[in-house]
Design a protein around this ligand. Sequence first.
Ligand SMILES: Cc1ncc(COP(=O)(O)O)c(C=O)c1O
Length: 416
Amino acid sequence: MVSSSVTRRNFLQAAGMGAAAVWTPKAVKGYTRTEMSKFASGGPLEVGISKWDLDTPTLLVDLDKFEQNLKTMQTTVARNGIASRPHAKTHKCPAIARLQIDSGSVGICTAKVHEAQALFEHGVEQLLCTHANVTPYKIRQAMNLRKRCKSFIQAVDTEQNARELAEAAREAGILADVVVDVDPGGHRTGITAGAPALALAQLVDQLPTLRLRGLLCYDGASQHVHGFEKRKAQTLNTMEASAETCLLMKRAGLNTEIFSGGGTGSYNIDHETSGFTDVQVGSYVFMDAQYLAIGSVDNGEVYSDFAPSLTILTTVVNAQHEGVATADAGAKACTINQPYPIVMGETGISYTGRSDEFGKIVYDNPSRVYKVGEKLELIVSHCDPVVNLYDEIYGIRNDRVEVIWPIAARGYSYSS
Ligand SMILES: Cc1ncc(COP(=O)(O)O)c(C=O)c1O
């Protein structure tokens, strides 16, 4: 949620980055998804199609901003002596995962085993599933994936789950790589830090078909704490118990080559946790209104380390009433997350009150008003669930479509 100290105007001015200057109020041809799919060969698009010609609602990524985000992350983690292992729950897109690996990330995380399968089928290896699978079907799926993908790593958080995984690994005829998921205190997933986590790590180490690789601890509650110093204090305090667990494991002679966790809010903090090896950052590639609100080291109002590269392109469908207009991106295109999407590059315009199919534009001393048929771009509320609504993402450079990336693991939060 946006803090009251962070006004929408701050957001708009900081996050818009001049998009209004490149808006093209020309009659456009309009390309449907089906037409665009004819151009999609996986490589760069030869035909210079303007983003303003795309049918809406549609999902865009500004490639210059996206690439800068990758670079900022890699430069920072390298400087801090750790690595990145980006979380694909954000983008669910093999092309993006490959770019992350190519730019220096040591691996890719997934929340679900089916996401990992989809990425592997599209050429991504070095996969780590950050949560335990508890049903016999998913446990078998994970071990079958490990059979095909030699670098696949699976998290466990109970002794029973470790034994079930070991049995599935035996059936699959493999030695499976495993990390222990440690609960940071939020009780979402993970085993209690300290003696319980150590005992689980020892069990994994002893089971003949499992190979212990280390531990995870994802402190989700600290990621969106507003204000860098407050966020840093909370993160380091919360991570202390897992750092102690890491030390206990080391002293017991166990493998701690992986101590992974953190996210976009703590990427420049986690290296201060003793033994920590890599950040599981997700949102940094795209950013969103939720993250823009948290503030950074040198900007108390707006998180300016990463640029908002992800936008929804939407068309105005009704402009006949004073002070308001309607656009074609509603809850089904934007989700119902808060804070509301931000109208890119404009001031005095809010995008509120989403019904299923429509968004409401509200003017308050606006930098411009829209006519029916005109398009605008929205910085998304929360990137992960928005991406999960689309089949592909259009990579844009200088307002032209440069590439079309399928979101291959879209919807794979549930069973395949
Ligand atoms: C286990 C885990 N690791 C990493 C992340 C990435 O977080 P962020 O998008 O804040 O970078 C998440 C996000 O929910 C997560 O659940």
